[in-house]
Design a protein around this ligand. Structure first.
Ligand SMILES: NC(=O)C1=CN([C@@H]2O[C@H](COP(=O)(O)OP(=O)(O)OC[C@H]3O[C@@H](n4cnc5c(N)ncnc54)[C@H](O)[C@@H]3O)[C@@H](O)[C@H]2O)C=CC1
Ligand SMILES: O=C(O)C1=N[C@H](C(=O)O)C[C@H](O)C1
Length: 233
């Protein structure tokens, strides 16, 4: 399959390595905003760029009917517009705040736990995410997906990084060294705590998930999620 990489930083390079190992060809590596892109050879585009660049990269691909796998976080204020442009152009799209298999299982576990905790008022939820010091956005996209998973299955109404109200989930974002990505959710009462945690040991899981998603989307039209790709029901 011919893959175009939008963004050739830490993730772009890791994705290239995995895609080549799986027999794919990299037909473009785009690192800056440019008008001279040849879309004709692309079967799928994978965007791991920057919050400020993702929307334009993704929508340009849709206009050329190139399916997109998007992993860039911090641009979701334009998500609905991007989905509309995908549909209008009969293209295909998967966005995931986290492409790793482990985190996608963790998303399911988080929702299941939130449902069980819903009626237990004595427990208060909180979340912590830790990433490397070069990360541009906070909280992480993964933390936002986790917070939405709790909100959709409980009486919590939102999330906040600081000064969370009683019905909001407090999120602490820490930036430490080279940390690839650690997310934990804690339910604490006066007598005990329950904690679930996912720790990425490196970036390989994110990159493999993105390449698997690219293989899966080839030839499809529409808007999908990693739940579809991984058959998580
Ligand atoms: N969904 C997931 O599983 C994961 C998502 N991410 C997200 O992916 C994004 C990239 O992460 P990293 O590779 O670690 O960052 P990075 O900073 O190492 O790489 C970003 C690259 O984008 C390039 N870039 C800047 N403007 C561009 C443009 N207009 N078009 C194309 N490329 C452009 C930069 O030159 C840089 O090489 C971040 O938003 C991060 O949060 C990171 C890991 C996993
Ligand atoms: O920027 C990163 O590195 C990561 N970003 C994603 C996020 O914001 O959740 C996924 C992963 O945690 C690594």
């Amino acid at each position: 399959m011919n893959i175009a990489l939008f963004g050739y930083g830490k993730m772009g390079k890791m994705i290239e390595q995995i895609a080549l190992d799986r027999g794919h060809k990299i037909v473009a590596k785009i690192e800056v905003d440019t008008k001279e892109i040849d879309f004709s050879q692309m079967d799928v585009a994978i965007d791991f760029s920057m919050p400020s660049a993702a929307y334009e990269n993704i929508t340009k691909c849709f206009e050329h009917k190139v399916p997109v796998i998007s992993g860039t976080t911090g641009w979701l204020d334009k998500f609905e517009e991007a989905k509309k442009i995908c549909t209008d152009n009969d293209s295909a799209f998967i966005y995931a705040s986290n492409f790793s298999l482990g985190v996608n299982i963790f998303f399911e576990l988080n929702q299941y736990l939130a449902k069980m905790m819903k009626s237990l008022d004595q427990y208060k939820v909180s979340m912590e995410e830790i990433h490397h010091t070069r990360k541009l956005d906070e909280p992480s996209g993964t933390a936002i997906t986790l917070a939405e998973g709790i909100i959709n299955n409980s009486d919590y109404k939102g999330w906040k990084l600081e000064n969370a109200a009683e019905n909001e989930i407090p999120i602490t974002a820490k930036r430490i060294g080279m940390t690839p990505g650690t997310h934990s959710i804690d339910y604490t009462s006066k007598v005990d705590s329950i904690e679930i945690k996912h720790t990425a040991h490196n970036r390989e899981g994110f990159a493999l998930g993105a390449v698997i998603a690219a293989e899966w989307i080839k030839g499809k039209k529409g808007i999908f999620t990693m739940k579809d790709v991984l058959n998580l029901g």
